[in-house]
Write a protein that binds this ligand. Structure first.
Ligand SMILES: CC(C)(COP(=O)(O)OP(=O)(O)OC[C@H]1O[C@@H](n2cnc3c(N)ncnc32)[C@H](O)[C@@H]1OP(=O)(O)O)[C@@H](O)C(=O)NCCC(=O)NCCS
Length: 189
C-alpha cells in the first residue's frame, strides 16, 4: 500500500460548517475519546505524524513517548474508536529542580476528522493532567509551550482558545519548510 507524500507545510484549511445538517448528524452520533499510546500502537502514531506533519520525528522521539514519565502526556485521539489524531509532549527542565516545562511536540488530526473536537479533547486532557501549576511526574508544572509555523493561524487559534499566549516569534526555526518562522505559544500560571 502506498501512502500520500507528507505535507510540505502546516496548511491552513477552511473551517467546516459545523451547523450543516450532515455535520450535526455526524457529531450527534459520534464519540471522541483518547487512548494510551503503547508499544502495540506506537507505529500508528508514527504513521499519523508522517502524513500530518511536515517535520520528521526520529525513532528516539517515539522511544521517549513510551517512557514512564512522558507516556501519560502522549495520547491517541479516537473518533468512533478509529485513531485519527495524537498529541505527544515531553518534559523539559523548569527554572529549578522542582519544576517541569511541558513541550508539545506534536498535535494533529487527520483532515477528514477535523473540526469535530478531537484536538480539543487531546489538549484538554494534557492541560488537565499536566497544565500550569499541576503536580506531575514529581514536580510542579511551570508552563506548557509549543511552536507553530507562522502560516498556521488555525493552530494558533486553537491554542489561544485554551489560554495560550504568543510569547515570541523565531525566524528560521524550521530549517526545511517555508515559511521557516515559528510562533512560540505558552500557557503559564
Ligand atoms: C490544528 C488541528 C490540530 C486542529 O484539530 P481539530 O481536531 O480540527 O480541532 P478542534 O475540532 O478541536 O477545534 C478546536 C478549535 O480550533 C480552531 N479551529 C480548528 N480548525 C479550524 C479551522 N479550520 N478554521 C478556524 N479555526 C479552527 C477553532 O478555534 C476551534 O474551536 P471551535 O470549534 O469552538 O471554533 C488540525 O487542523 C491539524 O491537525 N492541523 C495540521 C497539523 C497542525 O497544524 N498541528 C498543529 C501544529 S503545532
Amino acid at each position: 500500500m502506498t501512502y500520500p507524500p507528507p505535507p510540505t507545510s502546516y496548511e491552513a484549511r477552511v473551517k467546516a460548517d459545523t451547523n450543516a445538517p450532515v455535520r450535526r448528524a455526524i457529531t450527534a452520533r459520534s464519540v471522541v475519546a483518547i487512548a494510551d499510546i503503547t508499544r502495540n500502537n506506537i507505529n500508528q502514531v508514527r504513521k499519523l505524524n508522517e502524513v500530518l506533519l511536515p517535520v520528521p520525528y526520529s525513532p528516539a522521539v517515539y522511544e521517549q513517548v513510551l517512557e514512564e514519565d512522558t507516556n501519560p502526556i502522549c495520547k491517541l485521539g479516537l473518533f468512533n474508536d478509529i485513531p485519527v489524531g495524537n498529541v505527544c509532549c515531553r518534559l523539559e527542565e523548569g527554572k529549578d529542580a522542582t519544576m517541569w516545562k511541558v513541550y508539545i511536540m506534536t498535535l494533529g488530526v487527520l483532515p477528514t476528522y477535523r473540526c469535530l473536537g478531537v484536538a480539543s479533547a487531546l489538549l484538554e486532557y494534557v492541560l488537565d493532567v499536566a497544565g500550569p501549576s499541576k503536580n506531575f511526574a514529581g514536580r510542579k508544572i511551570e508552563s506548557v509551550y509549543l511552536h507553530v509555523q507562522i502560516s498556521n493561524p488555525v493552530a494558533r487559534m486553537l491554542y489561544e482558545k485554551f489560554g495560550f499566549e504568543l510569547v515570541d516569534t523565531l525566524e528560521s526555526y524550521y530549517p526545511s519548510i517555508t515559511p521557516s518562522s515559528a510562533w512560540v505559544l505558552s500557557k503559564h500560571t
